[in-house]
Design a protein around this ligand. Structure first.
Ligand code: ADP
Ligand code: MG
Ligand code: ZN
Length: 493
C-alpha cells in the first residue's frame, strides 16, 4: 500500500488598515460597530458613470508586505475586472489583479519542530473587498441583508505555492504571515472579525510522486483552529478516498465547525468563468524607484530577523524567543526591561523568564494587552534587581509583582511599606533556627535517628517563623550546620 504525502497551498486575504477605501474616499469602518451602509458612496455602491481612484496608502502597504516577503515587484501592474454576479457585489465585477499582479516569487521563512525552511510565495496582489451578506430566518423564509460598508475596502491577497506538507507547516505559515502583517502595521490579524481570512488548497499524492494530485479548496476558515482541523480532516478524507479506489473531486468546500467536517459549497469556477479583462477605468499601476526604495528603507526589523537577534544578543532559548518576538510591543517591552535590568546587574534571561512566566500570567488574568500593563519595564527591572541582590526571595518577588499590578505602585514602595526586605543576617537567622529546634525536640530526635527528610520540615518551620522573609539559602545552611553539630554531639555522647 503506498504511503501518501499531503500538498497544501494557502490563499490569504488581508484587509488593509487604511483610513479610506481602495477606490473612493469612504472611510474604512468596523463592521461590528458602524450602522450598516453608512460608509458608502456612488463609487463603492457601483453607480454607473463613477470612476475609481487608487488609494496610494493601500499600494504602499502592499509594497511593505511584498518587500518583506522578498518578492519581485512589478514596476507596472494592471488592475482587472473579475466579473460575476452576487448580491454583495454591486458593480457586478470586482476590481482585482490578474495577469500582471503587483508582486510575485517571494518567500516566507517558517519554523517547525523539523527546523527552519521557506515557503515560496506565488503572488501578492491588490483588490477590493465585497459587501457583507447576513442571512436571516424570517416568518416567510430566509432572506438576506447586505452591508456595503465593506464593499471596496482594500484587500491584499497573498497566494503561496503548494509547498506545505503537514498541518504543522500550515500552522507555522499562517501564524508567521499573520505575525508579519501585524509587524508591518498593515493588518490587525483579527480572524474573528474576518479582517484576515485563510483558504486552504489541499491535495494528496503517493509519496515520492512529483505530480500534483487533484485539489479541493476549503473556505470559511475563521480561526487557526478551524484552518488546522479542516486541513487535517481533508488530508485523511482524501487518503481514504484514494485507498478505497476512488478519485478526489476538484471542488470548493466549507468547514462545518459544529460537525467538524468539510462540506461541498458550490461548483468551482474556472478562470474563464470570470471573463477577466483589464480595468478600463484605471491606468497601469506604476511603482517608481524612489518610492520603492523609501518603503524598503522604512521597513521595520522583520519577525525572523528579530528572532535571530534575540537569540544571539540575549542568549534566549527557542520557547522564550518565540513568545517575546510574537508581537512588536512585547518585544519592545522586553528590550526596555533588559536595558533597565542591566543597571541592576540582572541578566536578560532572567527578565525573559519573568516576563514569559509571572508577568504574562498577571496580564492574562486581567485580560490586559502589554500596552496596558500597569507595570512599566523599568519597574519590572527594579523588582528583579531586589531579587538579584538577595533583598527579597523569589516568593516575595512574585507577591510584590502581583501587588504592583494591583496598585500600580513601584516595587521599592511596596517592599518598604510592607517590610518585605528579606533577612540575610546570620545572627537573626541563627536565633530563629535555635528557637525552632528548641520548640520541636521530637522532630530533632527523629532526624538524629536518621530520618533525613525531617530537615525539610524543620526548614519550613524556620521560614514560617521568619514570616517568609529570611533568605532561604542562609536558613538552609544555618539549619544544616546546627543539625550536623547536634548529630556529632549525640554520636560522641
Ligand atoms: P485559484 O484558486 O484562483 O484557481 P491557483 O490555481 O493559483 O488559484 O491556486 C491557488 C492555490 O492553490 C495556491 O496557493 C496554490 O499553491 C494551491 N494549489 C494549486 N494546486 C494545488 C494542488 N494540487 N494541491 C494543493 N494546493 C494547490
Ligand atoms: Mg483560489
Ligand atoms: Zn465609497
Amino acid at each position: 500500500m503506498p504511503e501518501y504525502e499531503a500538498v497544501i497551498g494557502l490563499e490569504v486575504h488581508a484587509e488593509l488598515l487604511t483610513r479610506s477605501k481602495m477606490f473612493c474616499a469612504c472611510p474604512v469602518v468596523d463592521l461590528t460597530e458602524a450602522e450598516p451602509n453608512t460608509a458608502v458612496c456612488e463609487v463603492c455602491a457601483g453607480m454607473p458613470g463613477t470612476l475609481p481612484v487608487v488609494n496610494e496608502r493601500a499600494v504602499e502597504f502592499a509594497l511593505r508586505v511584498a518587500l518583506a516577503l522578498d518578492c519581485h515587484i512589478a514596476r507596472e501592474s494592471i488592475f482587472a475586472r473579475k466579473n460575476y454576479f452576487y448580491p454583495d457585489l454591486p458593480k457586478g465585477y470586482q476590481i482585482s489583479q490578474y495577469e500582471l499582479p503587483l508582486a510575485t516569487q517571494g518567500r516566507l521563512p517558517i519554523r517547525t519542530s523539523r527546523g527552519e525552511r521557506t515557503v515560496r510565495i506565488r503572488r501578492v496582489h491588490l483588490e477590493e473587498d465585497t459587501g457583507k451578506l447576513t442571512h436571516v430566518e424570517g416568518p416567510d423564509g430566509t432572506y438576506s441583508l447586505v452591508d456595503l460598508n465593506r464593499a471596496g475596502v482594500p484587500l491584499l491577497e497573498i497566494v503561496s505555492e503548494p509547498d506545505m506538507h503537514t498541518v504543522e507547516e500550515v500552522r507555522a505559515y499562517a501564524r508567521g504571515l499573520r505575525q508579519l502583517l501585524r509587524y508591518l502595521g498593515v493588518n490587525t490579524g483579527d480572524m474573528q472579525k474576518g479582517l484576515l481570512r485563510f483558504e486552504a488548497n489541499v491535495s494528496v499524492r503517493p509519496k515520492g510522486s512529483r505530480e500534483l494530485g487533484t485539489r479541493v479548496e476549503i473556505k470559511n476558515l475563521n480561526s487557526f483552529k478551524a484552518l488546522e482541523e479542516a486541513v487535517a480532516y481533508e488530508i485523511q478524507r482524501q487518503i481514504q478516498v484514494l485507498e478505497t479506489g476512488g478519485r478526489v473531486e476538484q471542488e470548493t468546500l466549507g468547514w462545518d465547525e459544529v460537525r467538524r467536517v468539510t462540506v461541498p459549497q458550490r461548483g468551482k469556477e474556472e478562470a474563464h468563468d470570470y471573463r477577466y479583462f483589464p480595468e478600463p477605468d484605471l491606468p497601469p499601476l506604476v511603482i517608481e524607484d524612489a518610492w520603492l526604495e523609501r518603503v524598503r528603507r522604512e521597513l521595520p526589523e522583520l519577525p525572523w530577523e528579530k528572532y535571530r537577534r534575540f537569540q544571539e544578543e540575549y542568549g534566549l532559548p527557542d520557547y522564550e524567543t518565540g513568545i517575546l518576538t510574537a508581537d512588536r510591543p512585547v518585544a519592545d517591552y522586553f528590550e526596555a526591561a533588559v536595558r533597565a535590568a542591566r543597571q541592576h546587574g540582572v541578566e536578560p534571561l532572567r527578565v525573559a523568564h519573568w516576563m514569559v512566566g509571572e508577568f504574562f500570567r498577571l496580564l492574562n488574568d486581567r485580560g490586559l494587552s502589554i500596552e496596558d500593563a500597569p507595570v512599566p519595564p523599568e519597574e519590572l527591572a527594579a523588582l528583579l534587581g531586589y531579587l538579584q541582590r538577595g533583598d527579597i526571595n523569589k516568593n516575595t518577588a512574585q507577591r510584590v509583582l502581583a501587588d504592583m499590578f494591583a496598585s500600580g505602585k513601584p516595587a521599592s514602595a511596596i517592599i518598604q511599606e510592607k517590610g518585605l526586605r528579606q533577612v540575610s543576617d546570620t545572627d537573626r537567622i541563627a536565633q530563629w533556627v535555635e528557637d525552632v529546634l528548641q520548640a520541636h525536640p521530637k522532630e530533632v530526635e527523629k532526624y538524629l535517628r536518621g530520618k533525613e527528610g525531617v530537615a525539610n520540615w524543620l526548614f519550613g518551620q524556620v521560614m514560617r517563623r521568619a514570616r517568609g522573609q529570611a533568605n532561604p539559602q542562609v536558613v538552609r545552611q544555618e539549619l544544616l550546620r546546627r543539625l550536623q553539630a547536634l548529630r556529632q554531639q549525640s554520636g560522641e555522647g
